[in-house]
Design a protein around this ligand. Sequence first.
Ligand code: NAG
Ligand code: NAG
Ligand code: NAG
Ligand code: NAG
Ligand code: NAG
Ligand code: ZN
Length: 430
Amino acid sequence: MLLLTALLFPGLLSTASVIRHEDHSHTTAERLPSTWYHDSDHPVNALFKRAPTTDGITYAEVGSPAWSAAYPESTPDSSAMPAEWLAALNAAVAAGTIPDIPPSTNVPNENPTYPSGYDPNGAVCSATYKCKTPGTIWDAPDDYIGIGFDDGPQPATDALLAFLQDNEQSATHFMIGVNIISYPNEFQAAFDMGHAVCVHTYTHPYMTTLSNEDVVAQLGWTAELIHNSTGGRVPKFWRPPFGDTDIRVTAIAKEVFGLTTIIWNQDTEDWSLTTGGTTAQAINTSMTEWLTGPKSPGLIILEHELSNQSVAAFMAAYPVMKANNWNTTSVALIVQGTTAYQNAASGLDAVTPMGILASNSSSTGSLSVCGSSVAPHSTATKSGQTGSSTGSATTSAPSTSTTPNSALSTSWTAGSAALLCLVASFMLHA
Ligand SMILES: *[C@@H]1O[C@H](CO)[C@@H](O)[C@H](O)[C@H]1NC(C)=O
Ligand SMILES: *[C@@H]1O[C@H](CO)[C@@H](O)[C@H](O)[C@H]1NC(C)=O
Ligand SMILES: *[C@@H]1O[C@H](CO)[C@@H](O)[C@H](O)[C@H]1NC(C)=O
Ligand SMILES: *[C@@H]1O[C@H](CO)[C@@H](O)[C@H](O)[C@H]1NC(C)=O
Ligand SMILES: *[C@@H]1O[C@H](CO)[C@@H](O)[C@H](O)[C@H]1NC(C)=O
Ligand SMILES: [Zn+2]
């Protein structure tokens, strides 16, 4: 009710600090009457986005039993995924667009390793080892900070959304499928406010350890969940958990689902604030250095909406971003321009009906359109600012930095999907 009240009475915004959605239901199929909202040039639209039009299909109400029942409860079984996804993968493999690289092996707290003969900084081009596959996004354009948060939705999402709203700041949320199922209200609130919803996989695995089919299932179920919960929007971007992708996984995301990979060039390690890892003071020190430092390339800082502490670290840094005259823009919009979706001209515009299979679409959101319209301006030709990222990537060859991400020594606890983010928080780059 608070959100609705604020929508109708924007003057109350200054007193609205936390958004609660428990007291009203949501549906992507049947919204309020079509004339309830202000015209798009009304100032309130800077704060709250008008509920976007859909592709006309009636979808199960977000948060309803029928909605959640249609999706896997935890790690998706690739032998039971839709046949179209497997067909699209097989077609891409047959077309030679998926490099034949074996899956990596994951030892907890260490970087994934590959069989001998497969060089992570060579043909494999592992992002964990800071190798930059052409077409992946690591940097923002000069003077920009790409605002984005991983691992939502979560309870901490509420406070983050309230802060973003108070500051008229939109952001990209790289969401985990099972978390969307667990926190539908936070998901709906982020989408309703006009934030970009992108893919952070279904259960947050090290993606390079998976078979081609399991990669497809992780990406496909998350994309389908977002698609069917946003009136038919097909996300344009994904971020690999732990930043772990390679040339094979990156190609599957692109060729099968039209997803472009966004990584980062600075890491707060804010995921470890609640587990005895980093501290608010350490993040303050890092942030101060980055935000008062050179503006070329621009910053894509890895941050999380995992906990109140990680959200607080962003809130503390945000005024410093502004004070140093950075252009803070939702990272998906920096990369592409106006939309985080493959089948809408902007986050607010009408949706062109389109299935999640980019390579099997007859709409304008086809893979070729997606590929050519994604112009990672200023990104692929610059080296990151990260201390360990000394490679100078170009668009024609992978970088050759030999310094892998530093691994932190904490204990690994296997967990169920419900414990996923707890587990993730013990890991490198949650
Ligand atoms: C998602 O929506 C499509 C229609 O766009 C429908 O065919 C499909 O069954 C839905 N998927 C789930 C898991 O509900
Ligand atoms: C593409 O979609 C059509 C119609 O939905 C379907 O018959 C066909 O099998 C799909 N092809 C692939 C490669 O998924
Ligand atoms: C996070 O902050 C909110 C208020 O912003 C509070 O209600 C909630 O209890 C906090 N959660 C934790 C785990 O401290
Ligand atoms: C760091 O902390 C100081 C003291 O609280 C504060 O003034 C400053 O804005 C903080 N900077 C960042 C980047 O969080
Ligand atoms: C930030 O960049 C966006 C997109 O280029 C632009 O529309 C906006 O005016 C810029 N904001 C500022 C404060 O420069
Ligand atoms: Zn994550």
